[in-house]
Ligand binder design. Structure first.
Ligand SMILES: CC(C)(COP(=O)(O)OP(=O)(O)OC[C@H]1O[C@@H](n2cnc3c(N)ncnc32)[C@H](O)[C@@H]1OP(=O)(O)O)[C@@H](O)C(=O)NCCC(=O)NCCS
Length: 149
């Protein structure tokens, strides 16, 4: 069974490699990943299966938070790991007293949008050309969290 735990700076190489594989031209630089993992205003979790990092995701720690990213290795997709990781990040957010969460998702990624809808996110806007490397639009999604209800 995959294990969920907080990501640490020691996960940098594995996260950067998974990011490149999943997001290609839209992946982040190593420097950005390093800053993200070290920031006190972020919470990153990772998923480890048999010693290999197979997923990671993070949120911004602020009253109106953003789901920064979420990714599951191709070998491990469609096994419920993305949904479990999202639930774990939402639990972190509730624990931090975060009131609402936003996210951006590629307008052409129906699978990811479905994942978020099933977790209670609703589409509220479209940002044209949000993903500059490919010129793809983003759908902005929103969810009110327990701490506000
Ligand atoms: C999006 C992503 C994180 C989903 O992770 P996952 O572990 O495969 O997701 P799950 O198995 O938990 O799927 C949960 C539900 O989301 C939906 N879903 C997820 N991937 C889907 C796909 N490729 N096509 C259709 N529906 C999909 C389904 O409703 C699924 O439930 P089901 O399998 O019972 O039908 C993963 O596909 C990924 O890393 N993709 C590349 C990176 C990415 O696009 N990240 C999102 C950026 S906003």
């Amino acid at each position: 069974m995959p294990e969920f735990r907080p990501a640490t700076p020691a996960d940098l190489d594995a996260i950067a490699a998974l990011d490149v594989d999943l997001f290609g031209p839209e992946s982040w630089s190593r420097a950005t990943h390093r800053e993200e993992l070290a920031s006190p205003f972020r919470r990153y979790l990772c998923v480890v299966d048999e010693g290999r990092l197979v997923g990671w995701g993070g949120i911004i720690v602020a009253p109106a938070s953003d789901l920064v990213t979420i990714g599951v290795a191709r070998t491990h997709q469609r096994r419920g790991i993305g949904a479990a990781l999202l639930a774990a990040l939402l639990a972190e957010a509730n624990g931090e007293g975060i009131e609402e969460m936003f996210l951006e998702v590629r307008a052409d990624d129906a699978g990811a949008q479905r994942l978020y809808e099933r977790a209670g996110f609703e589409a509220i806007a479209v940002r044209p050309n949000y993903y500059q490397a490919t010129g793809t639009d983003a759908v902005v999604m929103h969810k009110a969290l327990k701490s506000r209800q």
